[in-house]
Design a protein around this ligand. Structure first.
Ligand code: UT7
Length: 330
């Protein structure tokens, strides 16, 4: 246990209203509800209209987290937004969120670790609280994956959705465990990428023509990575924290594919009901998926004071991260 402790004081989530079902996708893609549900567990996802950008959803989730904690935006010290679908290349989405919230005292920074982004941002934000530098850090995971999906590619279009989730981190009044591990293996960068639009391949009429501004993924390799890293990183994090896997009251994994979660649960010898899954309704919302699932688990009464929770994310990079957190807030 650290001398100074950090905990989640409030949690919030936001998704667009528009529901897109598997049947909706099957109307223009060579796929079916049966294939998508069986191979991924996804039944529907939310898709934002063009009037909405990532920061808009992020702000909605942030207000809910602040409200849950009974906190005002004026006291925030730092805002971290984990996203790989920012409103713009610059300024950061976090700066837009800072302004929309009226968080006049806060610094603001985007974190890009793709689907592992939320775990990276929680690990980063928590350090400021543990060090005693800051008292109030807002961590948001927000992505509009619908904007970067190739809607003509059935192998990726069926997987993703839009959403945002947020947590307010602050000092814990009670002793609380906090432990994170972060990892990266850039040799797998090509397995999941948006090839164009950056400095390697700037936008041109050719990159647009060739659909190089949308996600390319080697699904089977990423699937294997997902299962292996869930198992390995949860074992490593619990071991380092002096815990057994059984000590985790609830594991909130990145919501990529229910078969990834099932395989990891089986290999870890953990019952599936110890993992929270909501990808059937939201698909893979990238950096938003863990806080979105956390918000749902909390509001449904599944999380209790003193529970040790594990957030575990993985994705493009390749990157991964685990946060072990004692639930003390709300
Ligand atoms: O956030 C982290 C990133 N994402 C992930 O973690 C995703 C990881 N990968 C996966 O979830 C899975 O690999 C997929 C769901 C993407 C694909 O499932 P799979 O069981 O690995 O299928 P596959 O890629 O091996 O393809 C099997 C067949 C292929 O047809 P053939 O070549 O056997 O004739 C595909 O063309 O399924 C076909 N297929 C589809 N069929 C109907 C691929 N996508 C679809 C589709 N509908 N949407």
């Amino acid at each position: 246990m650290n001398e100074r402790s950090v905990t989640v004081l409030g949690v919030g989530a936001a998704v667009p209203d528009r529901v897109v079902t598997n049947d909706d996708l099957a109307a223009f893609l060579d796929t079916s509800d049966d294939w998508i549900a069986r191979r991924t567990g996804i039944r529907q996802r939310r898709v934002a209209g063009l009037e909405m950008a990532t920061s808009d959803l992020a702000v909605r989730a942030a207000w809910e987290a602040l409200q849950g904690a009974g906190a005002g935006a004026g006291n925030l010290d730092l805002i971290l937004v984990a996203t790989s679908t920012p409103d713009h290349w610059m300024p950061s989405t976090a700066a837009l969120v800072q302004h929309a919230l009226g968080a006049t005292r806060a610094g603001a920074l985007d974190v890009n670790a793709a689907c592992a982004g939320f775990t990276y941002a929680v690990a980063t934000g928590a350090q400021f609280v543990l060090a005693g530098t800051y008292r109030s850090v807002l961590v948001i995971g927000a992505d509009l994956m619908s904007r970067v999906v190739d809607w003509s590619d059935r192998s990726t279009a069926v997987l993703f959705g839009d959403g945002a989730g947020a947590v307010l981190l602050g000092a814990s009044r009670r002793p609380a465990l906090f432990h994170s591990i972060l990892g990266a293996d850039g040799s797998g960068a090509h397995l999941l990428e948006i090839p164009a639009g950056g400095s390697r391949l700037p936008p041109s009429s050719e990159t647009v023509r060739d659909r190089l501004h949308s996600i390319r993924m080697q699904g089977r390799e990423v699937f294997q990575f997902g299962v292996n890293i869930l198992v390995r990183s949860l074992r490593q994090a619990t071991e380092e924290a002096g815990l057994q896997i059984e000590d985790l009251a609830l594991i909130i994994p990145h919501q990529a594919n229910i078969r990834i979660i099932q395989s990891a649960a089986e290999r870890l010898g953990v019952p599936l009901d110890r993992f929270w899954a909501n990808l059937d309704r939201f698909g893979n919302t990238s950096a938003a998926s863990i806080p979105l699932a956390l918000a749902e688990a909390v509001s449904s009464g599944r999380v209790h004071q003193g529970d040790v929770l594990a957030f575990v994310g993985f994705g493009a990079g390749l990157t991964w991260g685990v946060n072990l957190v004692t639930w003390g807030g709300e």
